[in-house]
Each structure stands twice: as structure tokens, then as C-alpha cells.
Write a protein that binds this ligand. Structure first.
Ligand code: BT5
Length: 270
């Protein structure tokens, strides 16, 4: 892919983000890189070496940014926010999958607070603007017995792209904040806002569990009660997206009235 120059003054640094920070833990330690393979890989290594709760890894570019199931995440130099947050919740392993939803509502709230953009959430890990993907989330966990040892919450947000910065195959499905919000977007301020939202939801999950977080996610879900096609493993089913269950799985009501629980897959709007 082509490389685009951006002025040094526009690069993200730990200092710039920390100057905007209002959090107690998230972002107090930031490892900022020009280029890495994947911020999740760097964060997992740091976490296994003992990096503290709330440590962040961010890069201007990822050469092997990852989505789920080994899919590629396009991470153009200087155009997005490609970052991973290390969390060390005191929770059982059963809760690990719910951090994707925690991240989804946090990013959506930050987009609304800063730019009045009403983003929608798509099960399980997408944030959409005008039905196109502006953000993807890749939450990975390591366990210690039946407790979570750490979570690496990887978040990729398209910020400054115009259409030509995306590969052609993504033109129909990807969007950036700048394609909607016509004023300049300050990535450091947006990141600090996301850290605040992530942190308050993180503390909420520790104090109250995930009930409120999942309720907020349902309110922002774009396809609750709508017809969807779900592709999972090598099968496809169609039905109504009936509910997000408390364990994060999707409940699909088939057209013959039966309900099917899906734990992993992709939703296609019909
Ligand atoms: C995701 O996977 O959406 C999770 C993406 C997580 C990326 C972050 S960036 C920081 C951290 N470090 C990493 O290595 N990853 C995380 P999934 O639901 O599997 O979606 C992947 C699909 O999204 C691809 O197959 C493409 O179709 C599409 N896609 C790839 N890059 C995109 C982009 N920049 N914008 C919109 N869609 C994209």
C-alpha cells in the first residue's frame, strides 16, 4: 500500500495524550511506536512481563494488524488510532468475552461526546457510522486458573482517512471519522476521551458486573429485533436478532420460531 507523509507535529506521542488525560490508571503508561506488527502482540508481551493495569500500546502503523480469526486489519500510517489497553480485572474467566462490549460502548460514547456522531454497534465487535465500519475491537485474554490474568483490549479506529486511504476492497464497507466530521480531528484528545470512558466502564464492571454495560450495548445495537444473516464457522443462518444474552452470545430467532444461540460469528444485515 502507498505511504502518506504526515507532519511530525501531527504524530501521536505519550506526552500529547497524557496532557489531555483525566484517568486514574488507563494511559498513565503509554508505549508509542511509529510501526509495529500488531499493538496487541506488543501489549501481550508487556502484560506477560508484568506491565501494570491500564498500560497502553499505540502505533502510527501496524504491518500485521489483526482482526478475529486471523483476518487482517488495515492500519495506514498516521490515519487512525491503532492501540491496545492492558487490563487486569479481578474477575472470573467467564467474563473475559464481555470486554468487547465494554469497549464498544466506550468508543461510541466518546464519538458522541466529542463530535456528536451517533455510532451504532454491531455484534460482536464492530462500530458503525452510516452502516460502515469505523472501528473494530479485538479483545484477547490470558487466564490464571479460572481467573483472568490480563485482557488485551485492541481497538482500531479509522480517523483521518479519505476513501483513497483504504484498499479498494474496503471502499463499500469502511468509513473514517473525518469522512463524516468535517472539522479537523485531534487524535490525542479523542484518545484521552476514550480512555476516560473505558476507565469508568472498567470500574463499573469491577463494582457492579456487566449488567449495565450490556444494557447500554443493547441500546446502541443497530440490529436488535431486525432480520439478519449470521455466518458462523462454515454455516449460515437467517432470522431475527432477538437478544444479546448476558454471556455475550447472540440469540437468533429462526423463522420457524426456534431460537439459536451463537457464540461466535459475523452478522450480515438483510
Ligand atoms: C476486527 O476484526 O474488527 C478487529 C480489529 C481490531 C484492530 C485493532 S488495531 C489495534 C489492535 N492490534 C491489532 O492487531 N488489532 C487490534 P474482524 O471483526 O475480524 O474484522 C476484520 C475485517 O474488517 C476484515 O476482514 C476487513 O473486512 C475489515 N477491515 C479491515 N481493516 C479495516 C479498517 N481499517 N476499517 C474497516 N474495516 C476493516
Amino acid at each position: 500500500m502507498k505511504s502518506y507523509n504526515i507532519p511530525v507535529a501531527d504524530l501521536i506521542t505519550a506526552d500529547k495524550v497524557q496532557a489531555q488525560l483525566h484517568t486514574k490508571i488507563i494511559g498513565h503508561k503509554i508505549h508509542a511506536f511509529r510501526s509495529v506488527r500488531s499493538t496487541n502482540d506488543v501489549a501481550r508481551k508487556l502484560a506477560s512481563e508484568g506491565a501494570p493495569d491500564g498500560t497502553v500500546v499505540i502505533a502510527e502503523k501496524q504491518t500485521a494488524g489483526r482482526g478475529r480469526l486471523g483476518r487482517r486489519w488495515e492500519s495506514e500510517f498516521g490515519k487512525g488510532l491503532w492501540f491496545s489497553v492492558i487490563l487486569r480485572p479481578d474477575l472470573s474467566s467467564a467474563n473475559a468475552g464481555l470486554f468487547t462490549f465494554l469497549a464498544g460502548i466506550s468508543v461510541a460514547d466518546a464519538l458522541f461526546n466529542r463530535y456528536k456522531i451517533k455510532a451504532g454497534l454491531k455484534w460482536p465487535n464492530d462500530i458503525l457510522i452510516q452502516r460502515k465500519k469505523v472501528c473494530g475491537i479485538l479483545s484477547e485474554a490470558e487466564f490464571d486458573g479460572n481467573k483472568i490474568n490480563f485482557i488485551v483490549l485492541g481497538i482500531g479506529i479509522n480517523v483521518k482517512h479519505s476513501l483513497q486511504h483504504f484498499p479498494t476492497m474496503l471502499h463499500e464497507q469502511a468509513i473514517s471519522i473525518s469522512m463524516i466530521h468535517k472539522q479537523p480531528v485531534n487524535r490525542a484528545k479523542l484518545l484521552a476521551e476514550i480512555f476516560s470512558r473505558l476507565e469508568s466502564n472498567y470500574f463499573r464492571s469491577q463494582n457492579e458486573g456487566f449488567k449495565g454495560i450490556l444494557a447500554d450495548w443493547r441500546l446502541k445495537c443497530q440490529h436488535l429485533g431486525k432480520s439478519v444473516k449470521v455466518v458462523h464457522s462454515s454455516t449460515e443462518i437467517e432470522g431475527i436478532f432477538d437478544a444479546l444474552a448476558d454471556d455475550g452470545s447472540a440469540i437468533i430467532k429462526l423463522y420457524d420460531g426456534r431460537r439459536k444461540r451463537i457464540i461466535a460469528g459475523d452478522i450480515i444485515h438483510l
